[in-house]
Design a protein around this ligand. Structure first.
Ligand code: MTE
Ligand code: MO
Length: 471
C-alpha cells in the first residue's frame, strides 16, 4: 500500500501518467492495473479503488466479481500483501445491499447489485398506469434506509450562507400537486443499439420506462419560499443530491436548468406519493424529484439536498455519463465536456406485444394486436400519430391511439398506448413489424440505429422492429 494514487490524477485513461503506476489489492494479491486501465473503457470507475482493495467496490458493482475478471486480474499480479496487512477489516464488511427492499418476482433483473430491472413488456402495455410493484427500477447504489420521522431535506441557495431544512411534515404543508408522468431511462432499448455495435451499459429491453401518477409539492413553491426570485437571471441550474452513496462517500446527483425548476408549467414536483401510496423504497422513499418530460437520471430519488446554483451538478452522472455522442466517437476520442447533459428525451415508441418470433393469428387478412405498444416524447410533447408497417415501409398503417392523457403540450407528460389492425398479404409467414411515432413538434424517429449509435448506448429511439410469424 505504498502507492496511494489520487483519483483526480487519472480522470481519463488518456491522461494516465505512465510513470505513476496504479496498484490495487484483492484478497492477499497486489496487482498493477495500469495497462488494463489504459485499455479498459470506463477505466475511471476502476480508479476509485486505486491504492486500495477492490473488494468494497466489487461488493457495490457485483458484475465485476466473476471468473473472467478474476482471471484477467491474476495476469496482473505483481506480489502479495504481508499476512498482517491482508487480515484488515474485511470481516466487518457486510453486503451493502443486504437492506435493499423485496421486489416483485416478475421484474426481470438486468443486474442484481445494484438492482436494475424492467417490467415484462407484455405487462407494461396492459395498463395506462404502471403499478408500483411492476415499475422498472434503476439503482446505481444500495437503497438507503431513511426514517421518515427524522428525514430532513436541505435547500441551499449558493452564495448565501442560508440553508433551509424541511421535514416531511413541513413539505406536506405546501399545496399538494398531482401529475401523471412517464419516466424513462436514457438506456431504454439499449439492447437493440448494441446489436449494431457493442455499447457500454445495462442491456435494457424496451421496458425501462413506466407511467405513474405522482403527488407532492411543487419545487417552485419550495424554492420561492426559500427566497428565490424566479426572475433572477443569476440562477441557471437546480442541483439535486440523493442520500445514496458510493464507497468514497459520493452521493448520486444531477441537475436541471433553473427555468424548468421554477416555471409553473414545468410541473417539477418533490413527490411523496406514487399512484396514491407513499413512494416505495426502490423509487425514492420518502421524497423524490419528478422532472416530467426529462430523462430518468434527473429524477433524483431519496432526495437529500437541493442547491440553487449558477452551475450544473458536478456529479459523475451529470458530467461524465448520460450524454450523447457522434457514431464515430469512441472511448479513445470521447470528451464528455463537449456534449451537453441529456435533459428532454426525443420521441420514441416500442412494440411490446407480440414479442420477437411470436406466432400471430391472421383473421380476415389482418393481424390484430391489442395493446401493441407505447409511444412517448420528452419536453411535454404529445404523440400525434404512430405509423406501423409490415412490408419494410412500402405501406404504412396508422395505429389507433387507445389511451392518451387529455393534457396539451407542452405539459403532456404521459405516454400513449396504441394498437393496430394490419393487413397481411396471404401466404406470407415471416413478417417484421416496424413502428415509429410522431410527436406534436412533428419530430419522428430515425430509421435505423446505424446513424445514431453512440458509445454509451443512450437515446435508443430508432424504429422498433419485431420479427413475427403468422398463422
Ligand atoms: N436517484 C438516485 N438517488 N440514485 C439513482 O441511482 N437513478 C436514476 C434516477 N434517480 C437514481 C436516481 C436513473 S438513471 C433513473 S432511469 C431513474 O432514477 C429510475 O427511476 P426508478 O427506479 O424509479 O424507475
Ligand atoms: Mo437511467
Amino acid at each position: 500500500q505504498e502507492k496511494n494514487c489520487p483519483i483526480t490524477h487519472y480522470r481519463k485513461s488518456q491522461n494516465i501518467v505512465q510513470d505513476k503506476r496504479i496498484w490495487v489489492t484483492y484478497k492477499e494479491g497486489v496487482y498493477d492495473i495500469t495497462d488494463f486501465v489504459i485499455e479498459h473503457p470506463g477505466g475511471d470507475q476502476i480508479l476509485l479503488a486505486a491504492g486500495s482493495s477492490v473488494e468494497p467496490f466489487w461488493m457495490l458493482y457485483a458484475v465485476h466479481n466473476n471468473p473472467h475478471v478474476l482471471q484477467q486480474l491474476e495476469a496482473l499480479r505483481i506480489g502479495n500483501l504481508s499476512k498482517q496487512d491482508s487480515q484488515h477489516s474485511l470481516e466487518n464488511m457486510s453486503d451493502p445491499y443486504s437492506s435493499d427492499p423485496p421486489r416483485h418476482a416478475v421484474l426481470k433483473p438486468a443486474s442484481v447489485k445494484p438492482f436494475n430491472a424492467e417490467t415484462p413488456p407484455f405487462l407494461l402495455v396492459e395498463q395506462f398506469i404502471t403499478p408500483n410493484e411492476l415499475f422498472y427500477v434503476r439503482n446505481h447504489l444500495p437503497v438507503p434506509q431513511i426514517d421518515p420521522e427524522t428525514y430532513e431535506l436541505e435547500v441551499e441557495v449558493e452564495g448565501s450562507n442560508k440553508t433551509v431544512l424541511l421535514t416531511l411534515d413541513d413539505l406536506k404543508k405546501f399545496p399538494k400537486h398531482t401529475i401523471t408522468a412517464t419516466i424513462m431511462c436514457a438506456g431504454n432499448r439499449r439492447s437493440e443499439m448494441t446489436k449494431e455495435k457493442p455499447v457500454k451499459g445495462l442491456n435494457w429491453g424496451p421496458a425501462a420506462v413506466g407511467n405513474a401518477t405522482w403527488a407532492g409539492v411543487r419545487l417552485r413553491d419550495v424554492l420561492k419560499k426559500s427566497g428565490i426570485n424566479e426572475d433572477d437571471k443569476k440562477w441557471k441550474h437546480v442541483q439535486f443530491e440523493g442520500v445514496d452513496f458510493d464507497p468514497t462517500g459520493k452521493t448520486y446527483g444531477a441537475s436541471i436548468p433553473f427555468w424548468k425548476a421554477i416555471d409553473k408549467r414545468g410541473d417539477v414536483i418533490l413527490a411523496y406519493e406514487m399512484n396514491g401510496s407513499p413512494i416505495p423504497r426502490d423509487h425514492g422513499f420518502p421524497i423524490r424529484v419528478i422532472v416530467p418530460g426529462v430523462v430518468g437520471a434527473r429524477n433524483v430519488k431519496w432526495l437529500g439536498k437541493i442547491t440553487v446554483s449558477e452551475n450544473e451538478s458536478d456529479s459523475h452522472w451529470q458530467q461524465n455519463d448520460y450524454k450523447g455522442f457522434s457514431p464515430s466517437t469512441n472511448w479513445d476520442t470521447v470528451d464528455f465536456s463537449k456534449s451537453p447533459a441529456i435533459q428532454e428525451l426525443p420521441v420514441i415508441s416500442a412494440i411490446c406485444t407480440p414479442s420477437a418470433n411470436e406466432v400471430v393469428k391472421v383473421q380476415d387478412g389482418h393481424i390484430l394486436v391489442k395493446d401493441l405498444g407505447y409511444a412517448w416524447s420528452g419536453g411535454g410533447q404529445k404523440i400525434v400519430r404512430v405509423d406501423v408497417t409490415v412490408d419494410g415501409g412500402n405501406t404504412w398503417h396508422i395505429a389507433d391511439l387507445d389511451c392518451q392523457d387529455a393534457a396539451e403540450p407542452p405539459q403532456h407528460w404521459s405516454w400513449t398506448l396504441w394498437s393496430a389492425r394490419i393487413p397481411i398479404r396471404s401466404g406470407i409467414r415471416n413478417v417484421e413489424i416496424w413502428a415509429k411515432a410522431v410527436d406534436s413538434c412533428y419530430n419522428t424517429q430515425p430509421e435505423t440505429f446505424r446513424n445514431i449509435w453512440n458509445l454509451r448506448g443512450v437515446l435508443n429511439n430508432a424504429y422498433h422492429r419485431v420479427p413475427i410469424k403468422t398463422q
